[in-house]
Each structure stands twice: as structure tokens, then as C-alpha cells.
Design a binder for this molecule. Sequence first.
Ligand SMILES: Cc1cc2nc3c(=O)[nH]c(=O)nc-3n(C[C@H](O)[C@H](O)[C@H](O)COP(=O)(O)OP(=O)(O)OC[C@H]3O[C@@H](n4cnc5c(N)ncnc54)[C@H](O)[C@@H]3O)c2cc1C
Length: 444
Amino acid sequence: MNKLDCKGLTGTVIVPGDPEYEQARQDYNIAIEQYPAIIVYCFDAYDVANAILWSRAQGIELRVRSGGHNYEGYSNGTCKLVIDTSPMNQIRVDVCEETVNVQAGTRLLPLYECLYEYGFAFPGGTCPTVAISGLVLGGGIGLSTRYLGLTADSLLEATLINYEGRQLTVSDDCNAELFWALKGAGGGNFGVVIEYKFKLKKVDKITLIQLRWDDNKAARKQFLQVWQNWLPHLDYRISMFGGITKTGAWVNSFFYGTREEARYLFQPMLDIPGLTIENFQYIPFIKAVKKIGAIYPRQEAFQAAGRFVEEKFSQDELASLVEIVDRAPTDRSSSIRVYSLGGAVRDIAVDETAFAGRQSDYIMAIVSSWEESSEEERHRQWVEAGFEYIYSITRGSYINFPYGQTPNYQLAYFGINLRRLQAIKEVVDPYNIFSFPQSIKLPL
Ligand SMILES: Cc1cc2nc3c(=O)[nH]c(=O)nc-3n(C[C@H](O)[C@H](O)[C@H](O)COP(=O)(O)OP(=O)(O)OC[C@H]3O[C@@H](n4cnc5c(N)ncnc54)[C@H](O)[C@@H]3O)c2cc1C
């Protein structure tokens, strides 16, 4: 691409051949190789608007990227213009109002750190390098979800740049339909969000709980059984992520209360025989966030998919899930994972946001990661076969754990909200400028 083609673009522009290109084109999931025509690092609304208008004038499709953690690489694309908001990472806390303004490219760890300095928690995810944009626009779950709600449930306002390069502010009082859509279905579909405003809640210490049943195959079915029976009635102050592998089971949790109370409440889990690690630590919220965040690598090659679970599985279904991990390509890096919902998530009416899984008890994901590309096919096939079974016993997919092979993806991600979202899409993005392989389509 020659220099003239870039006229009208502002910000930092990277094209193939530039020394920064190789790193700039790579996202978190290094199994996905994409070669964008041009990447624009945007520093403000002006850069974003120029990039949108440039893409339309040149007829080069755009993608919107913040943290680059989309499982399937939908914030990137070969021969596309990537609008990257990562340089926009300012955080402004209003202590009196108990709110924070966060720019679109802000990563979770700096956000948690900044907020904790003022004594606030945040209902974000667990990976420190995920950016706020993809997280909140898909709903956003984490280890505070059952107590504080989805990330999107704390959103008060967002500012975005639309297909005409115009700046819009959306909230319950202004552009309310679009605001509704952004809370669960906003990633890459309606415009480029540049800033968010969230309400906050004070926090001090919490209890971090980490339990493991290593080299304990028998614990796996019991874990899934306890998980599904326990969760619907569980104390709101507990949120958990856990899972099973070929060799054992684990769970990580935050409890907004003391260690003693946590131990008492966790008795059903502690009763599963063969516990190898039992850790209850009453520590500052930020320490707990960092301990969980330290689990994640800087980048990895993986395939994953996540589904909402509304009903209890039968004994046969639980046994089939265990059989799936028995066939996993690796002992530890292939797993079926579970992420708690319910609690505060269910307190909000189903039609109040576009997040389709509000009635679910939890999300079930199948995940596999590998180091050598020679192993890739084996892992992908395992995820595909496992997903086929999990798909058959669940209803609806979590948009932030997307899977390219999901049948009828729009219905899977958006359920009963699909028609309303398509109607909003028609008004807000009439020329379908904001599209990607699993974006919301204009109504026929
Ligand atoms: C290791 C790992 C851990 C994770 N942990 C959690 C977790 O604990 N909880 C959870 O809920 N999810 C989790 N996720 C999923 C994560 O929330 C999603 O992948 C999320 O979409 C990533 O956001 P991002 O901005 O980093 O990614 P990106 O790939 O940049 O963007 C993701 C989507 O949002 C769109 N988008 C990005 N920026 C903007 C913007 N400014 N305006 C409009 N659209 C935009 C993109 O086009 C794309 O469709 C995890 C993912 C990974 C890889």
C-alpha cells in the first residue's frame, strides 16, 4: 500500500513492511494468523472518526480492536483496516460520585489497580490483559459477578463514534435503545466505543478461595454434581470459575466476606473427597485479583467455546461430560470449565439489557490450548466434538466465548433479543459498516 492511500488517516498508522507490523497484527490467540491491510492506533475520537470515514471512502472493510482477546480473532482480519483503540487508556475516578470514566483501550489490571487505590472493587474479568471494551460490550463475567452483577450492569453511559464519524453519547436517558444493545451485544456491531462511565462499589478485603483435586479422576463427576446442585441457592457474595480435566478438578472463587464464613459456606465443595489444595485467604481485593490474573500467559494458541446452562444435567449427561475430558489431547491444558452466573445477574429483568444469558445458572466452556502447531488439529477436533455434545444439552452461547462453528450463531448469542438488535442495527449502522464473521446482520 502506498503512502497516498493513507491520506486522511490520523493516529499511528502501521502497514505491511513496517517494522512494527508483525507485532501489531498479532492478537492474544496466536493460533490465528491474520494480515490486515492497515492498522491505525487511535489516540482520540478524531483518529477514530477519520479511520471510519477512510475505510468507507477506500472501500476497505474495518474491524474494531481494543485488547485483541477475541477467541476467533474477530477484531482483526486479513486485508482489513483495524481500528485499534489501545492507546486510549485513561481512567478518571470521581470519588464523591462513586463513578469512573474509562477509555476504550484500557486493560483490566491497570483499571483494577487504579480503582483499588480509591477503595473500589470492579466487576471485571479475570485476565489482566483483556480490555474493558470487548469485556463490557459482551456482558462481562468474573469473580465478583454474583455480588456486583455483570460488567455491563455497572455501565451508566458510553460514548461512541458511529458510521458517519459522529460522536454519540448513550445512556438510559439518551439513545436508550443503542445503550440497551451495547450491554451484551455491542462488540464490533454498532460503532467504535471510545469511553465508558461505570458506577462503583467500595471494597476492602475479600476471601480468595482456591481448591484443587489433583490426580483425582473420581472427583470430577462429583465436582460437576455439587456445582450444579449448589449454585442455584448459593450466597450472592460467592462467584466461582472452575473446571475438570483428564486428571482432576479445580475451583477459584471470591467471597465478599470473611475466611471463617467462606469455609462454612464452602462445605459442600470441601466434602468432595481427595482435596489436594485448600486455600482460603482473607486478603485485599487487589491481591486476590492479581493472584488469579497471574495464572494467564501473555499469549497462547487455543480454541474454546462457551454455552449458557439453565437446567441441571442428568447423571448420564454428567458422565458424558467426564468422558469428553477423558478423551482430551492433554492432561491439563484441555478442560471443560464452568463460570457461575445467577445472584445479582438474575436480579435484573431479562429485557433490561441485550445479554441473553441472564436466566442461566452458569456458563460451560470447552477449552484446549497447545504449544506446537503440529498438535493444533488434534486440539481443534477435540473441541469440535466436545462442543457438539455440549451444544446438544445447552441453550445459547456466550458472545465473549465465541466459536466460529456455532450453528445459527445470531440466535445462539442473542436469543429472543435478536429481532430488537437487528432493528437497532438497521437504524444505527444502515450500511453494515461494522461487521465481522459473526456480527449482527441487517434484517432481510
Ligand atoms: C485469556 C482470556 C481470559 C478471559 N477471561 C474472561 C473473563 O474472565 N470474563 C469474561 O467475561 N470474558 C473473558 N474473556 C473473554 C473476553 O471478555 C472477550 O474475549 C473480550 O471480547 C475481549 O475484549 P478485548 O477488547 O480484549 O478484545 P478484542 O478482540 O479487541 O475485542 C473483542 C470484541 O469487541 C469488539 N470491540 C473491541 N473494542 C471495541 C470498541 N472500542 N468499540 C466497539 N467494539 C469493540 C471487537 O470488534 C470484537 O468483536 C477472556 C478471554 C481470554 C482470551
